[in-house]
Design a protein around this ligand. Structure first.
Ligand code: FEC
Length: 310
C-alpha cells in the first residue's frame, strides 16, 4: 500500500537568534508594543546569564526532525513532511503553513511543543495555524493537548525518580515535589480554561506512578504586566515552603518540554540563588528535549486526530 503524504506543523515559542534580536522579539511578545529600555535591558541580562542565546531553536529543530523520522519509520499509512512554525520569531506559524501549501501539501496535522491547553497558549498557536491553513486551502487537524500521553508520563516519572535519588535515602520521603508551568493571567480561571486542571492531572499521574504523596502544582515565569497572574509565583512558593519547614525540594517544570530561558534562568539561576539564601536543597528534573519517550508521546498525539476522523 502506498503511503499518503501529510504535512506536520510543529509549533514552538521561538527565541531570538542573538542579543540584537531581543528587542524585536520582546516587541512581538507584547503584541507590537516595544518594551521600556529598562525592561529590554533586564531581558537581555537574563539571556546573557544563560550564555547569550537560548538553546530553544536548536532543540526545537531536533525535536521536529526526530518526530518526523520516528513517524515515518513507524507509520504504514502516512509519510509526514515536517515544518517548524514559531509563535514569536521567523519562520512564523503562518510562514510554515504557506511553505507547506507551496510544497503541494493539502492535509496536515498541527501540534504545539507544550502539553497543556490554555486558550492563551495552545489556543493562540492553533488559532494562527487554523487561520493560515484556511487562507492556503490546507486541511489542518489540530492537537489540543497531550498532557496524559502515557509515554510523556513515563518520561517524567523517570525524571522525578532520578531527582529523588540525588537526596540521601533517609530524606527521600520528606522531599517535596513542585510541578510547575508558565503562569498565565488569572482571568483564564473565570473563562473555564482547562490549563490548571490539566497541569494537576499530569502532576497527579506522575506522582501516582512514582509513589510520592508530598507534591503540589505551582506557577513560574509570570509576565511583567499589570494584570494579576496565577500564583503564588515559584519564588514566593519557595519562601512559603521554607516557612513550613520544607528544605528538600524537586522542581519539575512539566509545562515545558525543552531547555530554554524559563528553565535555565528562572529555575537554574533565580530559584537556585534563592534556595542557597534559604538553605534549601533544590533539584530540577531534566528537560524532555529529544528523549525518545517524549518523541513517541508526540507521535501518538499526532496520529490521534487522524484515527478520530476514520
Ligand atoms: O528560551 C527562550 O528564549 C524562550 C523562552 C520562553 C518560553 C515561553 C513559554 C511560554 N510563555 C507563555 C506565556 C507568556 C505570556 C507572556 C510571556 C512573556 C514572555 C517573555 C519572554 C518569554 N515569555 Fe512566554 N516564554 C518564553 C519567553 N509569556 C522572554 C517577555 C518577558 C517576560 O514577560 O518575562 C506575557 C506577554 C505580555 O507581556 O502580554 C502570557 C506560556 C508559555 C508555555 C507554553 C509555550 O511554550 O508556548 C503560556 C518557552
Amino acid at each position: 500500500m502506498s503511503k499518503r503524504t501529510l504535512g506536520l506543523l510543529v509549533m514552538s515559542y521561538g527565541t531570538p537568534a542573538s542579543l540584537d534580536e531581543v528587542e524585536a522579539y520582546y516587541t512581538h511578545i507584547r503584541r507590537g508594543n516595544p518594551p521600556s529600555p529598562e525592561k529590554l535591558q533586564e531581558l537581555k541580562d537574563r539571556y546573557q546569564a544563560i550564555g547569550g542565546v537560548s538553546p530553544l531553536t536548536e532543540i526545537t529543530q531536533n525535536q521536529v526532525s526526530e518526530l518526523e523520522r520516528y513517524l515515518n519509520e513507524t507509520s504504514d499509512e502516512y509519510t509526514f513532511k515536517a515544518y517548524a512554525g514559531m509563535k514569536h520569531v521567523y519562520p512564523f506559524i503562518a510562514d510554515a503553513v504557506a511553505q507547506m501549501a507551496q510544497d503541494g501539501i493539502t492535509e496536515a496535522v498541527g501540534i504545539v511543543l507544550a502539553p497543556h491547553y490554555s486558550v492563551m497558549s495552545i489556543g493562540a498557536y492553533n488559532k494562527y495555524a487554523a487561520e493560515a491553513a484556511q487562507a492556503h486551502g490546507v486541511q489542518l487537524h489540530l492537537v489540543d493537548s497531550y498532557h496524559l500521553e502515557p509515554k510523556l508520563i513515563e518520561a517524567l516519572v523517570i525524571r522525578v525518580k532520578e531527582c529523588l535519588s540525588k537526596f540521601p535515602p533517609e530524606l527521600q520521603s520528606d522531599v517535596k515535589v513542585l510541578f510547575t508551568a508558565h503562569s498565565l493571567p488569572e482571568k483564564i480561571l473565570e473563562m473555564g480554561d482547562p490549563y490548571a486542571k490539566q497541569l494537576h492531572e499530569t502532576a497527579e499521574a506522575i506522582s501516582n506512578q512514582v509513589g510520592v504523596t508530598n507534591w503540589e502544582t505551582g506557577w513560574q515565569s509570570a509576565g511583567q504586566t499589570a494584570v494579576p497572574w496565577l500564583g503564588p509565583d515559584l519564588l514566593d512558593k519557595m519562601q512559603q515552603l521554607k516557612e513550613e519547614g520544607v528544605t528538600n525540594l524537586i522542581i519539575s517544570p512539566i509545562g515545558f518540554v525543552s531547555d530554554h530561558l524559563e528553565v535555565l534562568y528562572d529555575i537554574d539561576i533565580e530559584a537556585q540563588d534563592l534556595a542557597s539564601e534559604l538553605g534549601m536543597h533544590v533539584e530540577r528534573t531534566s528537560s524532555l528535549n529529544t528523549d525518545p519517550l517524549f518523541i513517541q508521546a508526540l507521535a501518538s498525539a499526532v496520529l490521534k486526530p487522524l484515527q478520530d476522523k476514520k
